[in-house]
Write a new protein. Structure first.
Ligand code: UGA
Length: 430
């Protein structure tokens, strides 16, 4: 099939390159000319395992092209995915300027049937607005369809998530649109749910809101575990044995971050309010997530007492492992707070250092985990990169000023570290 993806950000690039890998002819479009010139040489603006290779291979096979022209996209492709950014506004609402702009430009360039698919994470009823916008700007009487096909990709595992999805959601209003999309995804052999556009949009909101709820639920439990001397990892494991609950998304830690959950929750709390429902549960999920960072800070204060003039070594800055994404990373608020209290902060992350430098100018960026430990009063782990699992703790202990480890992701075995002479503090475990 001939497909265009408008918006060559994270979602657009993964979707475009995976659809090319499945044998389609894909044109990825972006208004940023410089980005497009780089992409043509397989230079990608983000770190995502396997993505660079996938893009390079499909450029070579002539399955993947890049352009900055929406006109070209509309001319060449029957299916046009909208995957542009949908940033948050100050009031928590989503800025849909780019979606509207793309819809208008598609309409102005359309000369025959096109299926326009919203892929960006958008508020419910955006599909309706895209339809209205296209109808308003279209020049001739041409048939078109709008569909919602939300993505459930996780950063760091996006290619695998695309190729092996738990489900594919298709929100449509016509059989033609349904057939086109079902055919497109046929090679993936995945469960496909066909529904209407608004339900598809809500499935995306509900999924992210529910996953965030699971995380805040277990984080709230981690605080109780700390108070009564229980182990939150055991509690989560025991709960997860119940098939109705399951094991995933029950890792207590420093709270969720990233470009999705915080933004989506704000947006959905807002949307709910607009339609007349006060979603108190999600407000609490959000509050608990914020409090979790305080909880980590309290652990540091409990062990170091005064933060002024202390040196804190931090391992992991990205909002989760296998990404260089620093958006809403818990590390940023925690480190900024420590600096405000007068601490010096030494940091290391395997991928996110460049991006972190923009927000954390005053931190000392180190070349290795051991360099971070040098002269630090304690070691704080904020992101659970695999690289940190295999540290030489004898060396770590030698380099730290005091042998204290605060493990905000419960990465390590407390027994082993205590045996090695560390004072160890996890989240919700002694
Ligand atoms: C999330 C969803 O998992 C995807 O399905 C969705 O497509 C995506 O948002 C989106 O809307 O675009 P992502 O933000 O990449 O994906 O990352 P997750 O792996 O979901 O992790 C989100 C945050 O939750 C991270 O900060 C992570 O550290 C935290 N987390 C996750 C926990 O604290 N505990 C857990 O048990 C799981």
């Amino acid at each position: 099939m001939n497909i265009s993806i408008i918006g060559s950000g994270y979602v657009g690039l993964v979707t475009g390159s995976c659809l090319a890998e499945l044998g389609n002819n894909v044109l990825c479009v972006d208004k940023d000319d410089r980005k497009i010139e780089k992409l043509k040489k397989a230079e990608i603006p983000i770190y995502e395992p396997g993505l660079k290779e996938l893009i390079a291979r499909n450029i070579k096979n002539k399955k993947l092209l890049f352009s900055s022209s929406i006109k070209e996209a509309v001319k060449k492709s029957e299916i046009i995915f909208i995957a542009v950014g949908t940033p948050s506004l100050e009031n928590g609402e989503v800025d849909l300027t780019d979606v509207e702009d793309v819809a208008r430009n598609i309409a102005l360039n359309m000369t025959e049937y096109r299926l326009i698919v919203e892929k960006s994470t958008v508020p419910v009823e955006t599909g309706e607005w895209v339809k209205r916008t296209i109808s308003a700007y279209i020049k001739q009487k041409i048939k078109f369809d709008v569909a919602s096909n939300p993505e459930f990709l996780r950063e760091g595992q996006a290619i695998n998530d695309f190729m092996h999805p738990d489900r594919i959601i298709i929100g449509v209003e016509s059989k033609k649109a349904k057939d086109i999309l079902a055919n497109l995804y046929k090679p993936l052999n995945a469960a496909i749910l066909v529904t209407n556009i608004k339900s598809a949009e809500l499935i995306k909101h509900a999924s992210n809101a529910f996953l965030a709820t699971k995380i805040s639920f277990i984080n709230a439990f981690s605080q109780i575990c700390d108070k009564v001397g229980a182990d939150v990892k055991e509690v989560a494991f025991g709960m997860g044995l119940d098939k109705r609950i399951g094991h995933s998304f029950l890792d207590a830690g420093a709270g969720y971050g990233g470009s999705c959950f915080p933004k989506d929750l704000d947006a959905f709390i807002n949307i709910s309010k607009k339609v007349g429902y006060d979603f108190r549960l999600l407000k609490a999920v959000k509050d608990i997530n914020e409090e979790q960072k305080e909880f980590i800070l309290k652990k540091i204060r409990d062990v170091l007492w005064m933060l002024k003039d202390k040196t804190i070594g931090v391992l992991g800055l990205a909002f989760k492992p296998d990404t260089d994404d620093m958006r809403n990373a818990p590390a940023v608020s925690i480190i900024k707070y420590l600096q405000k209290e007068g601490s010096r902060v030494r940091v290391y992350d395997p991928q996110a250092m460049e991006k972190a430098k923009i927000e954390l100018m005053d931190a000392k960026f180190c070349d290795s985990p051991y360099e971070v430990c040098k002269g630090s009063d304690c070691l704080l782990i904020i992101t659970e990169w695999n690289e940190f699992k295999e540290l030489d703790f004898v060396k770590v202990k030698k380099m730290l000023k005091r042998p204290i480890i605060i493990d905000a992701r419960n990465m390590y075995d407390p027994g082993i570290l205590k045996k090695l002479g560390f004072q160890y503090m996890g989240v919700g475990r002694l």
